[in-house]
Design a protein around this ligand. Sequence first.
Ligand SMILES: C[S@@+](CC[C@H](N)C(=O)[O-])C[C@H]1O[C@@H](n2cnc3c(N)ncnc32)[C@H](O)[C@@H]1O
Length: 994
Amino acid sequence: MPSFIETQFPIARLSAESYKERKAVSGQTLTGLGKWWGRKPLILVRASVLGMLMPASVDSKKDREVFLQILTMDDDGAWQRCKPDEARKIGRALLQSSPMAELAERVRAAERARQDAGSMLARINLHFGTKAGSLAGLHLELGEQAFRAMPYADRIALCERPENFTGPDMQAWKAINEHLGTHAESLTQLVEQLGKRTFGHRPRVGDSFCGGGSIPFEAARIGCDAFGSDLNPVAGLLTWASLNLLGGGPEVQREVTRAQTEALKAADEQVKVWGIEHNARGERAEAYIYCVEVKPEGCDYYIPLAPSWLVDEYSRVVARWQRVPGSDRLLPDIAIVDAAEVKRYKEKKGATVVDSRVVDPFSPTRSWSLEALRGPDGLRRWTSDDLVPRAGDVFQERLYCIRWVDTDGNRRYAAPDESDLSREQYVLALLRERLVEWQGVGFIPSRAIPEGGDKTEEPIRTRGWTYWHHLFTPRQLLVHGLLMSKLTGIGTQSLTAAAMLSVGRFADWNSRLSCWLSSSTQIAGGKNTFLNQALNTLFNYSTRPLPALLSSRVSFNRGVAHRLLGSVAVVDARDVQDVCDIWITDPPYADAINYHELGDFFLAWYDRQLARAFPEWTPDARAELAVRGDGDDFRHSMVEIYKNLTRRMPNNGLQMVMFTHQDPAVWADLGMILWAAGLKATAAWTISTETESAGIKKGNYVQGTVCLVLRKRIGDEPGFLDEVYPLVEDEVKRQIASMQALDEAGEPNFNDADYQLAAYAAALKVLTQYGNLDGRDVEHEVFAVRGKNDKSDFQAVIERALVIACDTLIPRGLEASWRDLKLAERYYLRALDIESRGERRQGMYEELARGFGVTDIKPLLKSDKANGARMHTASGFGAAGLAPLAETGDSNVSAALPARRGRAAGGVPHPFASAPLRHVLFAVRETVAADDNPEPGRQYLRDTFGQGYWAQRERFVSLLEWLAQLGNAVGMEEWSTDSHAARILAGRLRNDHA
Ligand SMILES: C[S@@+](CC[C@H](N)C(=O)[O-])C[C@H]1O[C@@H](n2cnc3c(N)ncnc32)[C@H](O)[C@@H]1O
């Protein structure tokens, strides 16, 4: 019997919920534990597990209703999740905007005076069909009415996220149990009962690429027995913490919070004793800002470097530099300036780094290339005992600004004075005293940065930093080391894990890679190292004193009330031994994230504590085993891994492979890998995890996550290519039709990439049922060595799916003329269609061209920027010279043509040049040129097509009408003149008589 997810999945609602969760950023359930890249939304995991456990029945409508009830994503469930204040707010607004507003005001007055409010309310109730007993109740009831009438994506903005909600109410449970034959009153009971039915026990759900732990955590939270493993011990720690700290029950969380509070208090006392964060005025530092400085050849002073010297836009503070007679060091002047000056600083006034060149602040025409300053042999490499630059190093470092706060909370920015600078020296001395000891016990990092990495090479090359502790100022190392010494003293595994996570978060928020960010709406502050997925060095950066760090200690955004069941291993996915009923994985394929390199930043801090608390884990990222790239090595590892996972599940087990797609070709590759691993695809759904539902139509597309559902292929039924093609065609059409139906339902929709991907998935569904095709073995085909343009038959089938999809997706309004259009015309129109829906990624235009078999799209594109692709407008073509051709021998075209210019580069006529559509565009251009007089355009078409004009006139009109509406789309303003002309020309043609 198929599972629910193999028949349907509520893509629209799930996309909206997943996006909402992602947008919560630091409010996401697991982010309080620490940084990992690419965490999957918990609601998506929850829906996936439940969708795999719930059987599909013959009543698909009821299945859907019940499934949404389980997730509290049905209409009643969403209303229960609505925050009452929000509901009342919209109810109040509704009432105020209605004719009953005045009466409501009288109810309020009457309520105050306790007179006759009832009868007035009765009139309002009658008007709205409500039953409220008070004004507040009325607001709520009206709020509910308004809420239920909203689109789902708007409703949930007012709601608690479903993954944090208690679950369905008793009435919903009754309906759920009735349909599923269960007797559950909670999600955990339901999960256990469904699991027992299929697998004979509570379901075991595993993830062998568990990263930040979303999959095992959420599976455990809804009652599964979870297993998570990852090659990287930093990921292992995060997953362990999700199950055992967040999921360890309230007592564990209380204990961790208590121990951390005590340790941080003790550290704070030590800082006060040292006197390193206070000044003589009794103020405490709230932020330190440092910059790099450099003395280029021919310059007799050090130039402090920053791309902007705006310190705090909100407080109007800037840094200016002054010469000091007799000194080669400039003096900072931290000043409050007027708004006009702030604007000038925002526009980079005085910037000393511009376009990778150092600029002399006193003579801005003088500049030096940074690359040249580093010298032909590069920078001196720091040795382990270097904590600050040595005299003579190219790049020096200086503290140039401190933000102080007094005991009443008053803030001020100031340049450091003598005593501040001597405190800096004292910090360095304190650190030097402890360095060896602290490194020995692992309170601060001692590891070298691995050489040759994509990301780790940057600090080495651009600053000469060769050890992880070089990425931190002495002040950062001293405070972190102190905190670590207090946090780790206590000993239990939970407390040591929490200590590591806290220090990991401090390191993220407090390193030489933490930029200082000014803002117009709030006071400026330091940001975290991993604002992006890299290790970018900076010219100016911030350092946090101890109190500013406390908020980033490990926190439990949403503790779980019950203890979770689950285990964690740090192991290569090839070596996983555990058996799971369901595997849900999100492998690192062809993605740009170098988990092992970035993870090392944290591992450098965990190092020894990790070895103590988790002796069975290898405290090393084992970069050589990490799956990455997309070449043959990648394919081999992936086939091996998925063969292993397939072996480690029962015959009725299920897998889901999640894939955040960018390039559909990689996706096709992944499909082949899974096929070769002995799996067959049974369904594929795309959830827009990173995109704004409303934004889709406005052009704010981001990526979707493809969820490919798979089962073990049992038996190796042979397939034959000639039988496969019609099956693929049917499946692609079915898949697209079901997505279009959802699109029409008005909830978050799919973009072009989603459709293309769905087509690939549909092809895979057909193909992977077979053990071989025309007698050829799949694994052999995956690894067969081929020339660049040489495709396997398998790839050809998958690509054929794209062609079918392209042919099935007809821009609305062009249905009648579509079949008569040439491929190049279809391509141009579809490309305009996706452009009008905001698609700007050049790759999508190329992918589309593949689908239509158009090999050269350059002459059709006005811009081929990676994220700014656009097609030519009708008038734009004229300028590009791709004008109509007579030479193509197109039988529709008469001999006497004006403007016969265009041949594509190389002298070969572009197929579009001779297409009727091209002539229609030309006629539009003529209309524009004649100030919207349609006559020249009409005449052009009549001359061009001769008698053929009358036969094609209807088609021309429909094309023109389609072009006429283009200019109305958001972002298509370039078309407005042409669209207007197209409308006039269409009108003229419609009324044309022979
Ligand atoms: C896309 S991430 C997973 C993110 C995760 N699903 C989450 O929600 O946080 C991929 C993970 O695969 C891990 N990885 C890479 N190579 C591996 C291997 N050979 N065995 C196990 N894990 C590996 C990486 O460390 C990374 O954590």
